[in-house]
Design a protein around this ligand. Structure first.
Ligand code: GLY
Length: 342
């Protein structure tokens, strides 16, 4: 079992299901459901950061290796577990991908409850983002007007969200400046050699309503070929879509590359799309998770690390579970980022 770094618990739960003889796709879906329902994971499901209108829009895809089937949903609102809906699309329809209102109607028809996915913490971050925007004259109708004594974003949030902690306020102001594209991807392989995968996300924070990322696109955010291996991605979906990353990586495996070589080659294609211009490449992060049918695996990242809030330096990692406790392993990176912080 491998996943993005936010999947330590996910991999553990999924491995437990495999050990009991469960299906590889059921395992990864049960694993990522933990992230989808966790209000603390602001990149997935309930508590995910919203689009520019303050609506949480979710994307997810699933692929089942043994039956070679796939399903996905895009721009799905108000449903906590988009990965489960993607599986129903796969199993109960003659289609692969449902989007927007159609996906919501479908989910409701299958009994998924509708609920507001915007937590108070995510609403605070969205409000901070709304208040941070300025027109050419430096004004914003959502921020205090010209009659206001002053504008200090931190103090304003403290007044508007009196129950928010200082840490939550600092986080909100940070995600305003650095809109995250978190996600979870999880890939599984059982003792019989069967593979499956899932990718689920709330996508890019503050996106234009209707923006679809790479996660629900079979061949970009996820690809599984039972004969060869599987790959998935987190990070800036736009760049992944342009190289059909997960499919590219699986085809690289098919041609004999190792998981690490296959992933790095894909990252090189992304860098090539910018003629290797590191000033532009420095504006985003993207990771791939790769698992070959024989169990060899790798996590690869475009950059060697990034400065997080508070100046602390985070090197890219991914989660692995091969039967015991889950652990984080280092991703192999393509480009070295100038190190800031500790
Ligand atoms: N990779 C997640 C997204 O860009 O939506």
């Amino acid at each position: 079992m491998i996943s993005s770094a936010n999947g330590l618990k996910c991999c553990e739960v999924a491995m437990g299901i495999l050990k009991e003889g469960g299906d590889t796709l059921d395992a990864v879906i049960a694993g990522v459901n933990l992230n989808e329902e966790d209000p603390g994971d602001n990149s997935v499901g309930y508590g995910g950061l919203p689009n520019e209108r303050g609506e949480v829009e979710l994307d997810a895809s699933v692929m089942h290796g043994p039956t070679r089937r796939a399903g996905s949903v895009a721009g799905l609102k108000n449903i906590r577990y988009p990965s489960r809906v993607a599986k129903v699309v796969m199993e109960q329809t003659d289609h692969i991908m449902l989007a927007g209102q159609g996906a919501l109607d479908f989910a409701k028809a299958w009994g998924f409850p509708e609920e507001n996915l915007l937590t108070e913490k995510s609403r605070m971050a969205w409000m901070a983002w709304m208040q941070s925007r300025r027109d050419g004259n430096g004004s914003n109708a959502w921020a205090p007007g010209i009659d206001a004594p002053g504008y200090e974003p931190q103090a304003l949030l403290r007044r508007q969200f009196p129950r928010a902690t200082e840490e939550a306020i600092a986080w909100a102001l940070d995600v305003v400046k650095n809109p995250p594209t978190g996600t979870i991807n999880c890939l599984s392989l059982n003792a019989k050699g069967e593979m499956s995968g899932v990718t689920t996300t709330s996508g890019l924070a503050w996106k234009i309503p209707g923006r679809i990322g790479d996660s629900p696109i079979i061949g970009a955010g996820l690809y599984v070929d039972q004969d060869v291996g599987a790959a998935g991605s987190t990070g800036r979906g736009e760049e992944n879509i342009r190289v059909a990353g997960a499919h590219t990586i699986v085809e690289n495996l098919r041609r004999g590359m190792s998981p690490k070589e296959a992933g790095l080659d894909c990252l090189k294609r992304i860098a090539r799309n910018f003629n290797g211009d590191e000033r532009k490449l420095n504006l985003f992060d993207i990771n791939f998770y790769v698992m070959r049918k024989d169990g060899a695996y790798a996590g690869v990242a475009l950059w060697s690390g990034r400065a997080r809030r508070g100046g602390y330096w985070a090197a890219p990692q991914f989660a692995v579970n091969d039967g015991g406790a889950s652990r984080l392993e280092a991703c192999t990176w393509l480009l070295e980022r100038k190190r800031q912080g500790n």
